[in-house]
Design a binder for this molecule. Structure first.
Ligand SMILES: Nc1nc2c(c(=O)[nH]1)N[C@H]1C(S)=C(S)[C@@H](COP(=O)(O)OP(=O)(O)OC[C@H]3O[C@@H](n4cnc5c(=O)[nH]c(N)nc54)[C@H](O)[C@@H]3O)O[C@H]1N2
Ligand SMILES: Nc1nc2c(c(=O)[nH]1)N[C@H]1C(S)=C(S)[C@@H](COP(=O)(O)OP(=O)(O)OC[C@H]3O[C@@H](n4cnc5c(=O)[nH]c(N)nc54)[C@H](O)[C@@H]3O)O[C@H]1N2
Ligand code: SF4
Ligand SMILES: [Mo]
Length: 703
């Protein structure tokens, strides 16, 4: 019997945070008189051991009526979003989609999902796009997140799972190279693992153009120019070869393709690498010494090296370094990517990605199509082919895509070249947004559908370790909101009534179908059930059978390639799509601060988070500021080829003098993405969020 849709718990409920990929364990205790829940960290959950960051601690505030949507909105003839009933709103969405399809064909309707959606929602959304709308045009915000690491991992190991080992292995390795990752701000409870590594005598190397609070912890901080990690990794590999530190036996036994990768690396002379990256040669040598001296070692990447127009090759170069030194597939060693969103991992496995079917299957693989089509009860030939990547899809709005359903993303703030994308969204014939709050994207919609939130619904997420977790419903949603699963069922009832039965609204039923759809695929969930997840929070996929213990550590015997060997891929350094010049002389890089989450749609509604991080800023070095005559706190204008943004200057010697940094959490004048360059990685479709060329000046000339 379905058990998870109906009743909220009366006592404390074990659950997980609505925000990042750490998926910290929480206890949710209903308050008296139905006034929401109280959140506490769970000491029994090994990932966070009771710790929560400020976002997790305050997450319950977004559940309260003031912060959120509690009624559907429909745009009136006068052009205003007005409260409406669910029937009216759903009719309007169904009509908008049906009208578009009739006029322009199925591919004129598109769907944009999110890595924050549970596995059940991501699965149902992909199924809805392909079997109800019949469109190939679906992609999601995870494309903007770790897609380059995913592509590089697939290429090298035949499988993409963020971390192929649990976080608990980090303190027990000998050396970690943490590339473009700032857990002090982005996953504070995870910082403990790196502190424990050091306490155990291990070493930490941080690669970041800024000396972040994470870099403060490092034994060695390398501060390359943004966009030059590829050269840096190749320079390290060059030294590894030159100094005779290649693990020849491992390379022979467990890998393929070393020769071309080796010669590509040897073309990157250390002196050239020093010039390109700005990292002094002695630091490069020291990094190689620390990394190769350790018996066990890891390379971990996050958005710094990945969000580049050459992100796949950049991650590939770091993987080559790990392979040449015999790390992946050995205990307490290897390469991993720290994924980002709450379900950043699971959200990329179950079919909301343009080229993908559930279980991390390929949409172009005839056997995969046949398997999933059978589970869905449709002919394989009816499944559309692959669609476009996220930015390409958003860029096509109003062109050959005329209607869009957004579920779980706020691209007006988070997409690159955001002013252009905002214009594309306005050019649509029809826009529907399902969200928990009136995001900047929802503000543009013809219809806004208010949905339930994490604590009000049950569902599973897969954290950065590939650990599948059950988020349990702890309180009843306010009247007037429905779950995303309800929305998809209700739309199906209107657009394709014969398919309605294929869209159950009980998450457990959806999960059981997902298990069947994923069975035999790379991300195999067949052996994971809600009953198991109720008692076991250490189930890592693949888990093909009900009695299977799950796979916390991958690749120990073989890689997921046909011959079981990891693949070296020869890569060569190249400049960013846009390098500084006389007109735009500085690098802009972008990222996060601890108190705001992503587009800020949720966290900008929490008073204490706004107090901690009230608005955008431009971080720059005091010497650069002096040169430009800019004082602390003064409003500065940052201009790129895409547009202009302004925000107060924040001076710190912790950043390179040729680089400025902006967090991307805010809309309006301080929107960092007005400036960013949508140059895409050719393999992953990842935009170059981490580097473009800008000019900086005082907003108001002083007299
Ligand atoms: N507080 C908070 N936490 C979050 C999120 C959030 O929005 N707010 N989002 C979650 C999500 S979805 C994600 S993806 C993760 C992201 O987590 P991280 O990857 O840790 O976050 P970022 O700040 O985007 O980037 C990390 C670092 O990359 C550096 N960097 C910039 N350019 C380069 C470069 O060219 N090379 C190198 N090596 N480094 C560079 C930046 O200076 C920054 O310190 O965080 C998750 N956690
Ligand atoms: N310049 C710059 N831009 C970046 C990045 C960067 O580093 N620099 N990072 C990129 C990265 S890594 C990411 S992941 C993206 C993220 O960018 P976005 O996709 O904009 O991320 P969020 O702000 O998390 O948006 C999620 C939206 O869905 C809503 N929501 C939350 N849960 C649910 C749910 O269960 N159902 C529904 N229907 N809605 C829900 C939230 O209220 C919010 O409006 O930004 C990217 N943009
Ligand atoms: S670190 Fe991530 S999962 Fe943990 S409380 Fe903060 S936002 Fe939530
Ligand atoms: Mo992300």
């Amino acid at each position: 019997m379905p058990t998870h849709a109906a009743h909220p718990a009366t006592g404390p409920t074990h659950s997980h945070c609505p925000y990042c990929a750490l998926q910290c364990g929480m206890t949710l205790t209903p308050n008296a008189a139905g006034a929401g829940v109280t959140v506490a960290g769970r000491a029994d959950f090994p990932v966070n051991r009771g710790a929560l960051c400020g976002k997790g601690q305050s997450a319950a505030q977004v559940l309260s009526a003031g912060a959120r949507l509690t009624t559907p909105l429909v745009r009136s003839a006068a052009g205003r979003l007005e409260p409406a009933g669910w029937d009216e709103a759903l009719e309007a969405v169904a009509a908008g989609l049906a009208r578009t399809r009739a006029a322009h064909g199925a591919d004129a309707c598109a769907v944009f999902g999110g890595g924050g959606l549970t596995n059940e929602k991501a699965y149902a959304l992909g199924k809805f796009a392909r079997t109800v709308l019949g469109t190939s045009q679906i992609d999601y915000n995870g494309r903007f997140c770790m897609s380059s690491a995913a592509a590089a991992g697939l290429r090298a190991f035949g499988l993409d799972r963020g971390l192929p080992f649990p976080l608990e292995d980090i303190p027990r390795t000998g050396c970690v190279v943490l590339v473009g990752s700032n857990p002090a701000e982005t996953m504070p409870p995870a910082l403990r693992y790196f502190a424990e590594l050091k306490a155990n005598g291990g070493t930490l190397i941080v690669v970041d153009p800024r000396r972040t609070r994470t870099a403060d912890l490092a034994d060695l901080h390398l501060a390359p120019r943004p966009g030059t990690d590829l050269a840096l990794a190749l320079g390290m590999l060059h030294l590894v070869v030159a100094e005779g530190r290649v693990d020849e036996e491992y390379v022979r036994e467990r890998t393929a393709g070393w020769e071309p990768a080796r010669s590509a690396a040897m073309a990157h002379w250390p002196e050239y690498v020093e010039r390109v990256t700005g990292v002094p040669l002695p630091h490069l040598r020291e990094a190689v010494r620390l990394f190769t001296a350790a018996g066990h070692a890891m390379v971990l990447t996050a958005r710094g090296p990945e969000q580049q127009s050459k992100g796949t090759d950049t991650v590939g170069a770091w993987i080559n370094l790990a392979l040449a030194t015999g790390r992946p597939g050995r205990p307490l060693s290897g390469y991993g990517c720290l994924t980002g969103q709450g379900n950043g991992q699971g959200g990329r496995e179950h079919g909301q990605k343009a080229d993908q079917l559930p279980g991390y299957r390929k949409l172009t693989d005839p056997a995969a199509r046949a398997h999933v089509a059978e589970v869905w009860g449709v002919p394989p030939a009816s499944l559309p082919g692959p669609g476009r990547s996220a930015y390409e899809l958003l860029d096509a709005l109003g062109d050959d895509v005329h209607a869009l359903l957004v579920m779980g993303s706020n691209p007006v703030v988070s997409a690159p070249r955001a002013a252009h994308i905002e214009g594309r969204l306005r050019a649509l014939g029809f826009l529907a947004v399902a969200d928990v709050v009136l995001s900047e994207t929802a503000e543009l919609a013809d219809v806004v559908l208010p949905v339930t939130q994490w604590a009000e619904e049950t569902g599973t997420t897969t954290n950065l370790e590939g650990r599948v977790l059950l988020r349990r419903r702890a309180l009843a949603p306010p009247p007037g909101v429905r779950s995303d699963l309800d929305v998809l069922r209700d739309l199906t009832a209107r657009l394709a009534p014969e398919r309605e039965k294929g869209f159950p609204t009980d998450p457990q039923e959806v999960f059981d179908e997902l298990r069947r759809a994923s069975a035999g695929g790379p991300a195999d969930y067949a052996g994971i059930s809600y009953a198991r997840l109720e008692r076991d929070e250490a189930l890592h996929w693949p888990c093909p059978e009900p009695g299977h213990p799950g796979t916390p550590r991958l690749f120990l015997d073989r890689f997921a390639t046909e011959d079981g060997r990891a693949r070296f891929v020869p890569v060569t350094h190249r400049p960013a799509a846009e390098e500084p010049d006389a007109q735009y002389p500085l690098h802009l890089t972008t990222g996060r601060v601890v108190a705001q989450y992503q587009s800020g749609a949720q966290t900008r509604r929490v008073a204490e988070l706004n107090k901690a991080a009230p608005g955008p800023f431009v971080e720059l070095h005091p010497r650069l500021a002096a040169r430009l005559g800019i004082a602390e706190g003064e409003t500065v204008t940052v201009t790129s080829r895409r547009g202009e943004a302004s925000a107060p200057a924040r001076l710190t010697p912790a950043i390179r003098q040729d680089t400025v940094f902006m967090p991307f959490h805010w809309p309006g004048r301080g929107r960092a993405n007005t400036l960013t360059n949508p140059a895409l990685d050719p393999t992953s479709g990842m935009p170059e969020f981490k580097v473009c060329a800008v000019r900086l000046e005082r907003a108001q000339p002083r007299d």
